[in-house]
Design a protein. Structure first.
Length: 156
């Protein structure tokens, strides 16, 4: 589920119902701006989900933008908006999540997903899929030429 800015109460309620209905642990990864509101959205979203799904096993992690990423990726900063009511308790410059290079964002997302993949199970699945592709190729290769030509015409 994706949200922009602060999620509404109805959004949090629907998300919490979805999480609760799965009966499985929920791993939520947040990618957001490093500014007063962006930092607070992390807190507000996690608190809202936990309130609406108190029995659910929820793991909430802010993946981006972090202070470490600002430094290590040398992300461009902007002055923090003083009009944001949360700016008084926020130190430093602000950084938009869009400042992270797309290829790095993809790597972050990939690592969030891949940490939940059972490598042995994935390898077994890939072997089964390869065997199935070979079997299908043999079946197609053994069809009479006329039948293969008809299939190509139908697919077009």
């Amino acid at each position: 589920m994706v949200t922009r800015g602060y999620p509404s109460v109805s959004y949090l309620h629907a998300a919490a119902e979805t999480i609760g209905a799965t009966g499985k642990p929920a791993h939520l990864y947040y990618f957001g701006d490093h500014d007063p509101s962006g930092r607070d959205i992390t807190r507000a979203t996690e608190a809202g989900l936990r309130e609406f799904a108190p029995e659910a096993e929820i793991y909430f992690e802010r993946v981006a933008v972090t202070e470490e990423q600002i430094t290590s990726l040398r992300l461009p900063t902007r002055p923090t908006k003083t009009t944001d009511s949360r700016s008084k308790s926020f130190a430093g410059e602000s950084v938009e999540v869009d400042a992270i290079p797309p290829e790095h964002l993809r790597l972050l997302v990939r690592s969030c997903i891949e940490c939940h993949i059972d490598e042995d199970r994935l390898r077994r699945t890939e072997l089964v899929e390869a065997a199935e592709r070979e079997t299908l190729a043999r079946i197609v290769g053994n069809l009479p030429a006329q039948s293969r030509a008809r299939r190509k015409t139908v697919r077009k």
